[in-house]
Design a protein around this ligand. Structure first.
Ligand code: TYD
Length: 225
């Protein structure tokens, strides 16, 4: 039975997650892997519809608990419609943000009850925890500078425009998760050059895939003959 690999990328604003995801996807596709690139909130039809509601700030008046529920609903649809089937067919799924973003943004900086967050997590992730998570770590002042530059004249989203102190708290919370789950999480210094960050990530991914016996579909077919 084919079983793929689920990799998530986490971190603050402007940490360079999407650049690294695109580079890793190109590299893995070049080796013959079936790669699926996705993001949260979003990644499936239902979740993309919720993405707009959440990031525009339209749900903010309902309060942080309701926002967390919307993120959870979007995640549940994404997991069941896209992530789980892709991993089951043997694909490597690269996802821009996942459960750790909810733990940090909703759980820590929106001060929601840990027991509420744990319950939401159980029903939305439904056993589909990432095999590997990269935490791209950057000083929030630098991250926000990069995010502003990237956005150009566009409007900052609901979360980007929050105070620097809140972004600093998030940075610490991501690092705390990585410390508590060292098997799953790898912290990467996102202030380094994109090339060096990319090489480090590729090396770790290739080592993990090899250790898990995950091969590109063509090589796998060869093994089965
Ligand atoms: P996005 O435009 O995807 O930003 P980024 O490039 O920073 O990933 O916006 C996603 C925003 O939603 C980001 O500010 C983090 C926030 N978010 C949460 O608060 N909780 C979550 O569970 C997820 C997935 C994202």
């Amino acid at each position: 039975m084919a079983r793929g690999f689920f990799i998530t990328f986490e971190g603050g604003e402007g940490a360079g997650k999407s650049t690294q995801i695109d580079a890793l996807a190109d590299r893995l596709r070049g080796k013959g892997f079936d790669v699926v690139v996705t993001r949260e909130p979003g990644g499936s039809q239902g979740a993309e519809a919720l993405r707009h509601v959440i990031l525009s700030g339209a749900a903010e008046p309902f309060g942080p608990a309701m926002e967390a529920i919307l993120f959870a609903a979007a995640r549940s649809d994404h997991v069941e419609q896209l992530v789980r089937p892709a991993v089951a067919r043997g694909a490597i799924v690269l996802c821009d943000r996942f459960i750790d973003s909810s733990r940090v943004y909703q759980g820590i900086t929106s001060h929601l009850q840990p027991s509420f967050m744990v319950s939401l997590e159980r029903v939305t992730v439904n056993g589909m925890m990432p095999d590997l998570t990269f935490v791209l770590d950057i000083d929030p002042a630098e991250g926000l500078r990069r995010a502003t530059q990237r956005r150009g004249t566009g409007i900052a989203d609901r979360f980007e425009k929050e105070a620097l102190a809140i972004h600093r708290k998030r940075r610490k919370a991501f690092l705390d998760i990585a410390r508590k789950e060292p098997e799953r999480c790898v912290v990467v210094d996102a202030s380094d050059t994109p090339q060096r960050i990319g090489s480090r990530i590729a090396e770790i991914v290739e080592t993990r895939l090899e250790a898990s016996g995950i091969k590109p579909p063509l090589e796998r077919a060869g093994d089965e003959i």
